[in-house]
Write a protein that binds this ligand. Structure first.
Ligand code: ZN
Length: 203
């Protein structure tokens, strides 16, 4: 299905993230670059994504093991995947959340037992939040909040500049060296934002 990935700036034709996307996502999420390089993005049908047996799904994407599934609309040339710089920003923000789940899945381990414990941990968190009537149930679970840190860092970084931000523009232009240079130059700044997000998560 590589034919409908060519226009998504963050993806290579085979569904792997581009070098520029890997560098940017690593900088905002802290997820290991080797893991980001190993990850694969694949299209899925909306029906499949809304499978009720799977407790975590969010905004049309779902991460299982090292595969990140995005619903078809994300690839649509007339929709979220229109190839524009703002489409690149939307993809980056969504990926910045999903790659947090890649790291969590690694932590629980790739075995069937690890996967089962991971899903069980989500189910337990949703169930307890439902019992305590805390809202929102999905976004409030500790694993979701942890996974969302990368997106919140990226959102803070781009600020009002949105898709015009140099980091996003460099990812859009497949300019990995430019992304890497920006991240090195803004290392301290990124660490400060990540620290604030982390403090908010622990509060
Ligand atoms: Zn999530």
């Amino acid at each position: 299905m590589g034919d409908h990935r060519g226009h998504i700036a963050v993806l290579q034709d085979d569904g792997h993230l581009t070098g520029a996307a890997v560098a940017a996502l690593h900088a905002v999420s802290g997820v290991d670059t080797a893991l980001l390089r190993a990850a694969k993005v694949r299209p899925s049908s909306a029906n499949w994504l809304h499978a009720p047996w799977y407790p975590y799904r969010r905004g049309g994407a779902l991460t299982i093991g090292r595969t990140i599934w995005f619903t078809g609309i994300w690839f649509s040339k007339h929709g979220l995947g229109d190839g524009s710089p703002s489409s690149t920003l939307r993809w980056l923000l969504h990926l910045a959340h999903e790659v947090g789940h890649l790291a969590q899945a690694e932590r629980f381990g790739p075995s069937l037992w690890g996967k089962t414990r991971y899903v069980a941990a989500f189910a337990w968190q949703y169930a307890t939040r439902a019992l305590l009537r805390r809202r929102p149930i999905h976004d409030g679970s500790p694993l979701e909040r942890e996974a969302d840190a990368g997106r919140r860092v990226l959102r803070a970084v781009v600020g009002d500049q949105q898709e015009r931000h140099p980091l996003v523009a460099a990812v859009h232009g497949h300019a990995a060296p430019v992304v890497e240079r920006w991240c090195v130059q803004h290392r301290q700044y990124l660490a400060e934002i990540a620290g604030r997000v982390q403090a908010g998560n622990l509060a």
